[in-house]
Design a protein around this ligand. Structure first.
Ligand SMILES: [Zn+2]
Length: 297
């Protein structure tokens, strides 16, 4: 789709799709938004359209076809985008507070810095999407497909990511305190320095995950699969690791004070210089560990 310059004198921005002006210079913004919503709702394909900063808050845009559209800074608070096609769209710094994106397709979309508290993304397609610095507290992301997505520095406190398919995600320094990641797949994901206190990761797949230096205080890691997981220097005080499969996991210098490791599988686990005072585990289980040098129990 062709982008023309805005007719506003000296304006550096593009004109909106089929308009003469950018959003800032548009004389009849409300009418424009209403027409746009109607056309999208009727199934018109606006792939690649320039729609920066449009205010479509609260509109019913279910099934909208906006692949590759430029929606930088758009206001979409409370918008219904269920099943929308937004592959490769630019939504940086958009406001998606309480928006519904259930089942929407956002493969490779740019969502950096979006504000989306309590937004809904159940079963959405977020493969390779960029959600760096996104604010998604209390968002619903159950069973979303987010493999290879980037969530670094995102804020996901109390978000629901149950069954999230996040293999290969990058989420360094993500803040997801009290979030649910139960049954999530984080195979080969990079979550170093993640803040996950009191998070629920029960039954999650953490094979080969990088959680170096992560804060998992009081987190539930019951029955996780964490084969060869890299959890050096992780803070796991009071964490529930009952029946966790930790074969060959690296817990070098990890703090496991008061952690519950009853029934955990520790064959080949590396606990070098780890701190296990008041941890609950059987001496038999510990005998399976391969490197306990300098471990404090
Ligand atoms: Zn302008």
């Amino acid at each position: 789709m062709d982008w023309r310059p805005c007719a506003g004198v000296g304006c550096p921005f593009h004109a909106l799709f089929e308009a003469e002006h950018c959003w800032e210079h548009l004389p009849d913004r409300r009418a424009y938004a209403r027409r746009l919503a109607e056309r999208l709702r009727a199934g018109e394909d606006l792939s690649g359209a320039y729609l920066a900063k449009v205010n479509l808050s609260g509109y019913d845009l279910r099934g909208a076809r906006l692949a590759g559209a430029y929606l930088y800074g758009a206001l979409l608070a409370g918008a219904q985008l269920e099943g929308a096609m937004l592959d490769g769209a630019t939504l940086q710094r958009a406001n998606l507070s309480e928006a519904v994106l259930r089942g929407a397709s956002l493969t490779g979309a740019l969502l950096e810095g979006v504000r989306g508290p309590r937004s809904q993304w159940q079963q959405a397609g977020l493969r390779q999407a960029v959600l760096r610095y996104a604010s998604l507290e209390e968002a619903q992301l159950e069973e979303a497909e987010g493999s290879e997505a980037c969530l670094s520095h995102a804020f996901l406190a109390k978000a629901n990511l149950r069954g999230f398919r996040g293999a290969g995600t990058r989420a360094e320094f993500v803040v997801a305190a009290e979030a649910s990641l139960a049954e999530a797949d984080l195979t080969h994901a990079h979550w170093g320095g993640a803040q996950l206190p009191r998070a629920n990761l029960e039954g999650a797949c953490l094979d080969h995950v990088n959680l170096v230096g992560a804060n998992l205080a009081g987190a539930c890691l019951r029955r996780v699969h964490a084969y060869k997981a890299r959890m050096g220097m992780a803070f796991l005080a009071g964490a529930d690791l009952r029946e966790a499969a930790l074969e060959r996991a690296i817990l070098r210098e990890a703090v496991l004070q008061g952690a519950d490791l009853r029934g955990a599988h520790l064959a080949g686990v590396i606990l070098e210089r780890a701190f296990l005072r008041d941890a609950h585990l059987s001496p038999d289980a510990l005998r399976m560990a391969s490197n306990l040098k300098g471990m404090e129990a």
